[in-house]
Design a protein around this ligand. Structure first.
Ligand code: COA
Length: 151
């Protein structure tokens, strides 16, 4: 959906609580509020939220990978009732564009190996599976490390 009433902007510190609420509702092992705060203050220029009809409906927490010219998507989520409307893809594309404007040529992320639909979404955005990280999650399930290199 390309709706004029959806709007992506930089995250602000006032958004931390709401971002945490969405994170908590979206993941079985969510990041805590302190970690979200640390991620935000480490790279506020790489953290975004998406509003729809003035409600904060999703976020993307980004950071630097520590490897030259690579950014890292640490978490991305859309409130359940707003999923499937294109907001996730929109905020990911926005992040990738900003990364590249900042001079970063590659982006990495981790995704649960069982999340077939989400892996497909990342592949459509140009990410490729680079490796499998055993026991990455707290329940000992594995993640794929996916990397996207700008063309
Ligand atoms: C992953 C997430 C952010 C995607 O956001 P979204 O707004 O629902 O995604 P979109 O509507 O932009 O969908 C983009 C594409 O991915 C596909 N897709 C996204 N999530 C999917 C899923 N769970 N299963 C199947 N397909 C999915 C959509 O069908 C769409 O495909 P299309 O472009 O060919 O039409 C959202 O589902 C979410 O918050 N999930 C819970 C948290 C999570 O798992 N985050 C990712 C951790 S790696």
């Amino acid at each position: 959906m390309n709706d004029n009433s959806s709007y992506i902007r930089h995250m602000r510190k006032e958004d931390i609580q709401q971002v945490y609420e969405i994170e908590r509702k979206s993941f079985p092992y969510p990041f805590g509020e302190v970690l979200i705060t640390n991620i935000y203050f480490t790279a506020p220029e790489l953290c975004f939220v998406i509003e729809y009809e003035r409600e904060l409906v999703g976020f993307l927490l980004g950071g630097y990978a520590g490897v030259e010219k690579q950014t890292h998507i640490l978490s991305v989520a859309i409130l359940e009732k707003y999923r499937g409307l294109g907001f996730g893809k929109q905020i990911l594309l926005h992040f990738l564009e900003r990364s590249s404007l900042l001079g970063y040529t590659s982006t990495k992320l981790e995704v649960n190996v069982d999340s077939e639909g989400i892996i497909k979404m990342y592949e459509e955005l140009g990410f490729k599976i680079a490796s499998r990280i055993r026991k990455y999650y707290q329940d000992n399930s594995d993640a794929f490390l996916m990397i996207r290199n700008a063309q």
